[in-house]
Design a protein around this ligand. Structure first.
Ligand code: CTP
Length: 413
């Protein structure tokens, strides 16, 4: 499959389906968006559920369909879903829905989401021709367009009423092309190759036991998804995690720190940015017992450890043109410790997060960090979903970009 088929790789889209006979066409749109690499979550209005069963969307999107503001399944969904989305598309969108949106009404889940979102909104209307021509609706369309909402023109053709006029849902091709165009506007990392590490490492003690840590890998995976969504080519080198490899990236699975070092070293030369988000084990057992060690054979000898290679420091010593970003997990003196590591490993930026206590970054959906860019004032970032933190990091990194032409050519990986 050519790259253009994955034009929406890593993009998170909310598909809002409203109560129109054209609701069945949203099923095909959903499939096309998913096939293009998008992660689509569907929100239906109550009246849309009269036309088509939520189960259809649930199966095809692989996510629960949200309908009710008060379902209680997920708290604050009207805020959290739009916060994570790159784009909201309403297809089909009724005249009533556009009126509500233009007036700022927030009386159901979809209208409330539209009130809270900051991301681009694309509307594909479907209605009877006379409704589309109504002066009231024309006003709402004009108001929404003025506010930056993209409203496609409905198509002219036969309508469900049997009449021939302008009111048909725009073609799927037109909707998808508009979504792609809106999302291309944020493709600020095209031409770059991100090498990102994530998750913990495991250092074996014997055939079944190992030393590891509680890193979930989420921050690194979110960085990989954000970078790919912003146009970069991405290689993710991951220790053992519960997470599925994000689509559209090169994924290398490793276990030990040594394997992670080898995998990263093999890709380093071609990378333009290295982000070490992995919680690499600093120590490994000096001896690994190939068999399972029996407890009755232990006479109190201590487990002897040795240091693993500091991968980031080793790659930093070999850097030619790469931008280098480290993470520092600290329990105290965040700023001082972060600054010391930034200097010691000659990094361009370090992301410091607090571990331990209630603020721990490990395993959490959110993260509160301080970005310390080389030569610039440290920037505390408030507690945000990890994807939003990832986007802040990527935006901040532009300080260090060199023109894409001076990078090594980024060939196929
Ligand atoms: N790192 C690495 N190789 C290691 C250990 C850490 O590349 N063997 C990377 C991590 O991915 C992270 C940064 O170095 O980007 C963390 O620096 P480090 O000095 O190891 O900090 P901590 O892991 O927080 O350890 P400590 O505070 O004990 O020094």
């Amino acid at each position: 499959m050519s790259e253009s088929h994955y034009s929406l790789n890593g993009k998170r889209i909310i598909l809002g389906v409203t109560g129109s006979i054209a609701a069945y066409k949203a099923v095909s749109l959903l499939r096309t968006l998913v096939q293009a690499g998008a992660d689509v979550s569907v929100v239906m209005t109550q009246s849309a559920t009269r036309f088509i069963a939520p189960l259809t969307f649930e199966v095809l999107s692989k996510h629960p369909v949200a309908i009710d503001l008060f379902s209680g399944k997920q708290e604050m969904m009207h805020i959290t879903w739009p916060e994570h989305a790159d784009l909201i598309v309403l297809a089909p969108c009724t005249a009533n829905r556009m009126a509500k949106y233009a007036l700022g009404l927030a009386d159901d889940l979809l209208s409330t989401m539209l009130m809270t979102t900051q991301c681009p909104v694309v509307i594909a209307p479907a209605m009877d021709g006379e409704m589309w021509d109504q002066p009231a609706l024309k006003n709402h369309v004009a108001v929404l367009r003025e506010r930056g909402v993209t409203i496609l023109e409905p198509e002219i053709g036969p309508l469900a009423s049997g009449k021939w006029s302008q009111g048909r849902l725009p073609s799927e091709e037109a909707i998808v092309a508009t979504i792609e165009e809106k999302l291309r506007e944020t493709q600020d990392w095209v031409g770059h190759h991100f090498l990102i590490s994530a998750g913990p490492t495991r250092e074996p003690i014997d055939a079944v036991r190992f030393l590891s840590n509680g890193s979930s890998g989420k921050m690194g995976y979110e960085l990989a998804e954000a970078a790919v969504a912003r146009g970069a080519r991405v290689t993710l080198v991951s220790g053992p995690t519960e997470l599925a490899p994000p689509p559209g990236i090169e994924f290398l699975s490793v276990t030990t720190a040594e394997e992670m070092h080898q995998a990263l070293a093999s890709k380093f030369e071609r990378a333009t940015v290295l982000i070490m988000a992995a919680a690499v084990g600093d120590f490994r057992p000096r001896q690994v017992n190939p068999e399972k060690f029996k407890k009755q054979d232990w006479n109190g000898e201590p487990l002897e450890l040795e240091r693993t290679t500091d991968i980031l420091a080793a790659l930093s010593a070999q850097r030619t043109h790469q931008i280098l970003v480290g993470f520092a997990a600290e329990t105290s003196n965040l700023l001082e410790n972060g600054q010391a590591k930034l200097k010691k490993k000659s990094l361009d930026m370090i992301v410091v997060n607090q571990i331990g206590g209630t603020h721990s970054a490990f395993g959490n959906e959110t993260n509160e960090v301080i970005l310390i860019p080389r030569g610039k004032t440290p920037q505390p970032i408030p507690r945000l979903p990890k994807r939003a933190v990832a986007d802040r990091i990527l935006t901040e990194l532009h300080t260090f970009t060199v023109p894409a032409s001076s990078h090594q050519p980024v060939s196929q990986i």
